[in-house]
Design a binder for this molecule. Structure first.
Ligand code: RRO
Length: 315
C-alpha cells in the first residue's frame, strides 16, 4: 500500500519498511498518539490529514488491563517519565472495537502486542494474523512498566527463541521493539534478526523515577517508570547507530525526535524510518511538522532521499 501524505514538491520521501511502502519515513511511537480519540476530538479531518505514514497502535495484551495507579506522568527537564502500565481492552476487545475502526485510516496499521510468555505472544499474533486491517505486528519486548518476570527483550537467546516460535504464525512483518535498558541492544537486535524478525524499532523508554520533594516518597503511583523526550535523544541515536551497524533488517529509530533535523540525524544513524512519540503529547501535529522539516532538511542536503542519506552515512 502506498501512502503519500503531504509530499514535499521535489524530494521523494517514500520508504520501504519491510514490504510496507510508506509515503514518508515518520511513524508514531506506540502509545503516544490515540488515533481513535483524535478523530473523536477533531473530527474526520484528523484522519484525512493524518500526521504519520503508518500508525502503530498502543500495545495490547491477551486480557484487559487497568494500568498502573496514578499519578502516571512526571515532567522532567527535557523529557517525561510515564508509568502508564499498559491499560488496554485486551485482544478480543481490540479486535472487536478498535482494529475495524483503525482499518479506515489512510495509512497501514501496525499492531503492537505484549505477552508474558511465548504462549501469550503466540495467542496475540495468531489473533492479529488473519486481520486484513493489520499490515504488521510490533512485538513489544521492552515495556519498562510491567513486572512480568519475562526477560525476552533483555536476553538475546530469549529474543531469538521467541521470534523462532512466532515466525511461522504469520507472513505479516514482525517488528521487534527493543529496550534501551541493556548493555548491548545490538546483540538483542541481531538475535531478533536471526529468529526471523523483519525489522527492529528502538528505543523504548529508559527506566527512571522521580521523588516528590514534599513527601520524599516516589512521585509515580507505581514507584518508577520510563523516561522519554529530548533528554534521551543522544542515547537513542547511539543505540540506533549501533543496532543498524549490527543488522541487515530495517531499523525504526526513535527517542526524543522533535524536529526534521532530529529525524535526519536518526536516518544518518541508520534508521529507515523514524517515530515521533513524546512530542505528539504537546502537539498532535508534531509528526506532520517533522515530516515537512525533514523534507526541507533533505533539500538542504542536496536533494538526497532518506535512503541515500542512510547509505552515505553508514558507508
Ligand atoms: O504502557 C506503558 O506504561 C508503556 C509501555 Br506498554 C511501553 O512500551 N513503554 C512505556 O514507556 N510505557
Amino acid at each position: 500500500m502506498t501512502t503519500n501524505q503531504h509530499p514535499a514538491p521535489s524530494i521523494d520521501l517514500s520508504v520501504d519498511l519491510c514490504g510496507m511502502r510508506l509515503g514518508h519515513p515518520v511513524l508514531n511511537g506506540s502509545g503516544t498518539f490515540d488515533a481513535i480519540a483524535a478523530r473523536r476530538a477533531f473530527g474526520p479531518q484528523a484522519w484525512e490529514r493524518f500526521p504519520f505514514s503508518a500508525f502503530v497502535s498502543k500495545t495490547i495484551t491477551p486480557r484487559p488491563r487497568a494500568g498502573n495507579p496514578p499519578p502516571r506522568l512526571f515532567e522532567t527537564p527535557a523529557g517525561m517519565i510515564n508509568s502508564i502500565g499498559l491499560p488496554n481492552k485486551g485482544l478480543d476487545g481490540f479486535l472487536a472495537d478498535d482494529l475495524p475502526a483503525l482499518g479506515e485510516l489512510p495509512v497501514p496499521v501496525i499492531v503492537s502486542v505484549m505477552g508474558e510468555s511465548h504462549a501469550e505472544f503466540r495467542r496475540l499474533v495468531e489473533g492479529v494474523a488473519p486481520c486484513d486491517e493489520a499490515a504488521g505486528v510490533e512485538l513489544n519486548v521492552s515495556c519498562p512498566n510491567v513486572d512480568s518476570g519475562l526477560i525476552v527483550g533483555e536476553e538475546p537467546g530469549e529474543t531469538r527463541s521467541l521470534l523462532s516460535d512466532l515466525r511461522p504464525v504469520t507472513d505479516k512483518p514482525l517488528i521487534v521493539k527493543l529496550t534501551p535498558n541493556v548493555a548491548d541492544p545490538a546483540s538483542v537486535a541481531a538475535a531478533a534478526e536471526q529468529g526471523g524478525a523483519d525489522a527492529v524499532s528502538l528505543i523504548n523508554t529508559l527506566k527512571a523515577m522521580a521523588i516528590d520533594p514534599a513527601t520524599l516518597r516516589p512521585w509515580l503511583g507505581a514507584g518508577r517508570g520510563g523516561l522519554s523526550g529530548p533528554a534521551v535523544r543522544a542515547i537513542a541515536l547511539e543505540q540506533v547507530r549501533s543496532v543498524a551497524s549490527a543488522v541487515g533488517i530495517p531499523v525504526v529509530g526513535m527517542g526524543g525526535i522533535e524536529s526534521g533535523t532530529d529525524a535526519l540525524e536518526f536516518v544518518a544513524a541508520g534508521a529507515t524510518a523514524v517515530a515521533v512519540g513524546t512530542a505528539s503529547f504537546r502537539d498532535p501535529l508534531a509528526g506532520e511538522r517533522v515530516r515537512a522539516e525533514l523534507a526541507a532538511a533533505l533539500e538542504r542536503a542536496g536533494g538526497k532521499t532518506p535512503a541515500e542519506i542512510r547509505a552515505g552515512a553508514m558507508a
